[in-house]
Design a protein around this ligand. Sequence first.
Ligand SMILES: Nc1ncnc2c1ncn2[C@@H]1O[C@H](COP(=O)(O)OP(=O)(O)O)[C@@H](O)[C@H]1O
Ligand SMILES: [Mg+2]
Length: 270
Amino acid sequence: MNPPTAAYTAAMDEMSPEPLTSNDGPIVVAAWDLYKVYLTAGHEVPALAGVDLEVPAGSFFGIMGASGSGKSTLLYLIGGLTKPTRGLIQVEGHDLAQMSDRARTLFRRRRMGIIFQEYNLLPTLTARENVALPILLEGKSVNACRTRVDNMLDTVHLRERADHRPDALSGGEQQRVAIARALLNDPAIVLADEPTGNLDSKQSAEIWALLREIAHEQKKTILMVTHEAQGAAYTDRVVVLKDGRVVGSFEPKGTADAALVATGYQELAG
Ligand SMILES: Nc1ncnc2c1ncn2[C@@H]1O[C@H](COP(=O)(O)OP(=O)(O)O)[C@@H](O)[C@H]1O
Ligand SMILES: [Mg+2]
């Protein structure tokens, strides 16, 4: 795919843009020649150095790489949480870097769900209220959308825990609340940055299996950053980053075969 011209991008953002497509169907995220250089205390720290990426719709897509390889930076750029130094990213055809702060915030709230290693739940709210938070932020009441919230709790297999506060839930259950919250607005894409970083191996495996189930059964695009071969083994396709560059990709196709992924990863990044 050639990068679109600036005039084309501007025109697309004016209209509701046509989604990009590839041989694998619609593309949700596309990035061309992405660079990110951080400036700290007069030093330039290159985090990304020319990344091209295409994330097909409805896939469970992984990004692997060692610590410091640029995984979080790539996710933050896709989420519009920071801007590229050079290059272009589009989410559903929109260039977030060109949007006003308000438009970008609204786009993120309505079209993206973001999950971090920390669950970021409000301790005084129940699981159901935490899931409803995006709706509360829009000024609506929980009761107005109770069915939708409870459907999301069903999706993450947590309906029976709806009235529990975070301190009465395990880490894995708290992350499932965060996943339900991320899905509430029916986003185009869910971004997950090391979502199992605080979990033991059993709870981690449950979260990976759940994310795979959501991607496939609910036809959701999920982009997960991980440094664990076991987690990557649940994804359809993994892109490997090294020193801010894509060094290759492979397709675990959800086989959950961690040994195979570890070998593939070592060949690319080792
Ligand atoms: N806000 C920041 N300011 C300065 N340097 C940063 C910042 N965020 C990340 N970096 C640097 O950019 C590189 C990539 O970081 P990061 O994207 O967090 O990698 P990963 O998520 O793969 O561990 C690292 O060298 C890191 O130290
Ligand atoms: Mg990171």
